[in-house]
Design a protein around this ligand. Structure first.
Ligand code: PMT
Length: 413
């Protein structure tokens, strides 16, 4: 199967749960197909699954750590089952054994996978696979029907030769069929909830001139903001991206305004603020600028050079003061006391959500392709996320935005 036919999988975040059945070997091909189709895949294996296929296979295929135990190495996951539960847009269990179905139906949480299942709000898809008698057993039938009533999606097992030597219903469908079922699920749910909404996203690090050839700047690449602009456009929004200098190409279906300084960014954002529905400020705005910009290149005549700086406007603070119906999402790049400082910014800048990144963590913050963040919302809720690509994080932030807009609209009715 050509991965390009599975278009709806691009950028989707899937947790793939593997339980202990002989068909577990087929799931390696499924993981590979999902990854080739652009999905972000995290694999969680039960202890029994590791008797059939090694975690290393999945680690190599997905390029990500594999969850194998409740109390194992937690790498970047603060609380692994919760982090995985929040990461998932869809959880797929393949193969799903009779034992797993029984535990899921009755809320038993005795390992990483079953605990994560209880903690996630993402839809869950199960692909049962077992001996035909086990599948037809009343206990399994009842467990499956209970799970269906609770909203689980069931991929029916195929009929054919079974590993136990018998034949009948119980075979795990082929990886291509499983991938197609997952793709179809996303194709159905690819909604454009932000249709008709205008959203401003800021990106990159502003630069503040010192003289005609020098400036004060920071290490922001624009990757986070560009990913956000693209994610919002994918959900149907009309997006204006106001970006400080960045080497990145314009994202698809996004209007781009390229500026240099904090004052120019402020002007570009304020010009559109009244008619927008939300602003996501991921830009690293310089807090200070040289008070005087030399008109000629400064010569290196003196042993020391002092440049006097003056404060730049705090754009997000100003947006918070002027806020009418707009949803405001800010970022906080911190090196210490992350939560305390982020909570203060949420309050002071009158935000709906703040995304705090600890920029001292490897793979997080400036110029990385990945990020590790904690999101804190106005309603007091807080979510910790594991290391993930900025594209996946952008999709998550846009989902939170959609939720806030929906709640605000419901409250207005
Ligand atoms: O561009 P990348 O390489 O992908 O890196 C992404 C990032 C690390 C820059 C991004 O994830 C991030 O953390 N952006 C915010 C960085 C920052 O300047 O944080 P802050 O804590 O100084 O500012 C808090 C908020 O106020 C931010 O939303 C900022 O955009 C805004 N702000 C800050 C200063 C200012 N004068 N005006 C503002 O609007």
């Amino acid at each position: 199967m050509d991965a390009t036919t599975l278009k709806a999988l691009d950028g989707r975040r899937i947790v793939l749960g593997v339980t202990g059945g002989i068909a577990a070997y087929k799931v390696a091909s499924l993981a590979s197909l999902l990854v080739k189709s652009g999905a972000e895949v995290r694999v969680v294996m039960t202890e029994a699954a590791q008797e059939f296929i090694s975690a290393r296979t999945f680690r190599e295929l997905t390029g990500q750590p594999v969850g194998t135990a409740m109390f194992g190495e937690t790498s970047n996951y603060r609380v692994e089952h919760i982090a995985l539960a929040q990461f998932a847009e869809l959880v797929v269990i393949a193969p799903a054994t009779a034992n797993f179905l029984a535990k899921a139906a009755h809320g038993i949480a005795d390992d990483l996978l079953t605990t994560m299942i209880l903690a996630t709000k993402a839809p869950i898809m199960v692909a049962p696979s077992m001996n035909v008698n086990m599948f037809e057993n009343a206990a399994t039938r009842e467990n499956l029907s209970l799970l269906r009533r609770r909203g689980f999606h069931v991929i029916e097992p195929a009929v054919g030769h079974l590993a136990c030597g018998t034949s009948g219903r119980g075979r795990l469908p082929e990886p291509e069929e499983l991938a197609t079922a997952i793709n179809d699920y996303f194709a159905r749910s690819n909604k454009r909830e932000l249709e008709g909404k205008r959203i401003i996203v800021t990106a990159g690090g502003t630069i503040e001139p010192v003289d005609p050839v020098r400036y004060i700047g920071n290490r922001s690449s624009g990757k986070m903001g560009f990913a956000l602009a693209e994610a919002a456009a994918r959900r149907g929004a009309q997006v204006l991206l106001v970006t400080a200098p960045s080497a990145l190409a314009d994202p698809r279906d996004v209007e781009v305004v390229r500026i240099e300084t904090a004052c120019q960014m402020r002007e570009a954002v304020l010009a559109e603020y009244d008619r927008c529905d939300a602003v996501i400020m991921s830009a690293a705005v310089a807090d200070y600028r040289p008070k005087v910009v030399a008109t000629e290149k400064i010569k290196k005549s003196e042993p020391t050079l002092t440049i006097e700086l003056e404060k730049n406007p705090d754009i997000l603070f100003e947006l918070g003061q002027k806020k009418a119906r707009q949803v405001l999402i800010g970022f906080a790049a911190e090196t210490t006391n992350i939560e305390e400082y982020a909570a203060r910014k949420l309050e002071q800048k009158n935000l709906d959500l703040i995304v705090a990144n600890d920029v001292t963590v490897a793979g997080a913050g400036f110029n990385a392709d990945t990020n590790v963040v904690t999101m804190m919302a106005r309603d007091g809720s807080r979510e910790d996320f594991p290391l993930m690509p900025k594209s996946a994080l952008a999709a998550l932030i846009v989902e939170r935005l959609i939720n806030i807009i929906r709640l605000n609209e419901e409250a207005e009715k």
